[in-house]
Design a protein around this ligand. Structure first.
Ligand SMILES: [Zn+2]
Ligand SMILES: [Zn+2]
Length: 346
């Protein structure tokens, strides 16, 4: 065991504070990562405040981790000391079910082990990236290409893969019209990735406040959803709508913007159930779908894709003692577009 510094929420809704945690010894197939940067994901806040139900405290959030390998277990074959690596939303899975065998560990039939706010195979709580070091099985880490800076790479481990995976699955590419609903941490990555895939990209945002950014990041069009004319003008337009919004939506209105055989894919989810008249799906054989992060191999593919196209996330780098303030700003949608903690300040 080693004692390392971390920022933790001692209880639900309590401010995060500096503390120390124990990391397990480096096992046979483990790597020890010196964490350099950790992104702040909206789901960190949901969990630290028990918005998604009972959680484990103290909680060290953080599942957008970028760092450097400083020690490897005797059986490690993929990484050596000095390698630049990332860790995303989960750190283990059963490795045997049909989904794990297909590289869909995020949908492991037995449930994967979340990077924090979970219990590992030994019943020990997992602690996330708001920390100086983490020990992870080499099979649940990914390589960060040299051309990507670690700070802008960190948010790719959740925001990047969460948008990349559904865009791939629903075949975003040349000749396809993709709408990205919401222009926040997830949405801005959706715009960059869909554009890089060759799709024609439209941002649907509440207002036109971030229009200039959206166009700069690769959007071809930008519409305000607060304007009823948007829904008239764009009726029947899109092959894919990627919704990154976690507030309740008028799903029927958004489904009306799809072409026949189009899909409205949710990567955000409102806390409350929604109701929908299913006639909105029948006409046009439409799909209302969801998608959750991505597997390890696909996360590697996404990092390589971003490196090849020369982009990471748009970030605001903060010190660890600014985490609580950053949480408030995320809740107020006042971030362009991802806060990243410089873990040297922990
Ligand atoms: Zn996340
Ligand atoms: Zn599995």
């Amino acid at each position: 065991m080693s004692t390392v510094a971390a920022y933790a929420a001692p209880a639900a809704k309590a401010p995060l504070e500096r503390t120390t945690i124990e990391r397990r010894p480096v096992g046979e197939s483990d790597i020890l990562i010196d964490i350099k940067f950790a992104g702040i994901c909206h789901s960190d806040i949901h969990q630290a405040r028990e918005g998604w139900g009972e959680a484990i405290f103290p909680m060290v959030p953080g599942h957008e981790i970028a760092g450097v390998v400083t020690e490897v277990g005797a059986g490690v074959t993929k990484y050596t000391v000095g390698d630049r690596v990332g860790v995303g939303c989960f750190v283990d899975s059963c490795r045997e079910c049909e989904y794990c065998r297909q590289g869909l560990e995020q949908y492991c039939a037995k449930g994967n082990t979340a990077t924090y706010n979970a219990l590992d195979k030994n019943g020990e709580p997992t602690y996330g990236g708001y920390s100086t070091h983490v020990v992870v099985d080499e099979n649940y880490a990914v390589r960060i290409p040299d051309s990507l800076s670690l700070d802008v790479a960190a948010p790719l481990l959740c925001a990047g893969i969460t948008t990349y995976s559904p865009l791939r699955h629903w075949n975003a590419g040349p000749g396809k019209k993709v709408a990205v609903l919401g222009m926040g941490g997830l949405g801005h990555m959706g715009v960059k990735i869909a554009h890089a895939m060759g799709a024609e990209v439209t941002v649907l945002s509440q207002s036109l406040r971030k229009r200039e950014d959206g166009l700069k990041l690769g959007a071809d069009h930008y519409y305000a959803t607060s304007d009823p004319k948007t829904f008239e003008e764009l009726a029947g337009t899109f092959d894919i709508i990627l919704s990154t919004v976690s507030a309740p939506l008028d799903f029927a209105a958004y489904l009306s913007l799809l072409k026949t055989d189009g899909a409205l894919v949710n990567v955000g989810a409102p806390e409350e159930p929604v109701s929908l008249n299913l006639f909105a799906l029948l006409g046009g054989r439409k799909t209302l779908a969801g998608s959750m992060i991505g597997g390890i191999a696909e996360t590697q593919e996404m990092l390589d894709f971003c490196a090849e196209h020369g982009f990471g996330a748009e970030i605001e780098l903060i010190r660890a003692d600014q985490i609580n303030e950053a949480y408030e700003r995320v809740l107020a949608s006042d971030v362009r577009y991802r806060f990243v903690i410089d873990t040297a300040t922990i």
